[in-house]
Ligand binder design. Structure first.
Ligand code: ZN
Length: 155
């Protein structure tokens, strides 16, 4: 979603509220909350938690392009939020990744031995990108600065 699409979405949302049958006082309260910053933060949370649904069975490799391309992508038929996979945090050196089975069923696969209390972490983007590209993609696409061990080491 580019800035123009984001502006249009924000405008549509505001217009929807302005057309609702609510008092001026209620509308003033809504407009206090309904800022562009709030709208962008909601979109970032959706991007972080949504997975693209594709027709073809494939591996989970590039969530950023999946998330940002959303429905516009040729192969995508929609997006879904999966309860458990949405809880996994990002790491540029993940210990697990999502495997898609029969187009829409998500299965978590460990990439290495995992300790009993170790957090399962997946990579939201292409792990082969360099440090600056990962930082830029994660900040712009998901709204956070990555502080994983790999990024902290400058790799
Ligand atoms: Zn990182």
């Amino acid at each position: 979603m580019n800035n123009l699409q984001m502006e249009e979405g924000y405008g549509l949302l505001k217009r929807g509220f302005s057309m609702a049958n609510i008092s001026d006082e209620q509308m003033a309260c809504i407009l206090d909350i309904l800022t562009k910053k709030w709208y962008n933060s909601v979109l970032a949370r959706i991007r972080i938690n949504a997975f693209r649904i594709e027709l073809a069975v494939g591996s989970y490799e590039d969530l950023l392009s999946s998330a940002s391309a959303c429905i516009e992508a040729e192969a995508a038929v929609g997006n879904a939020v999966y309860m458990l996979p949405s809880l996994y945090n990002h790491d540029c050196d993940p210990n697990a990744h999502i495997v898609w089975i029969d187009n829409a069923d998500a299965q978590l696969k460990a990439l290495c031995d995992v300790e009993e209390d170790e957090e399962l972490r997946i990579c939201y983007i292409d792990v082969s990108m360099d440090h600056d590209a990962r930082q830029s993609f994660l900040l712009q696409g998901f709204g956070f600065k990555c502080n994983c061990l790999r990024c902290s080491s400058g790799d």
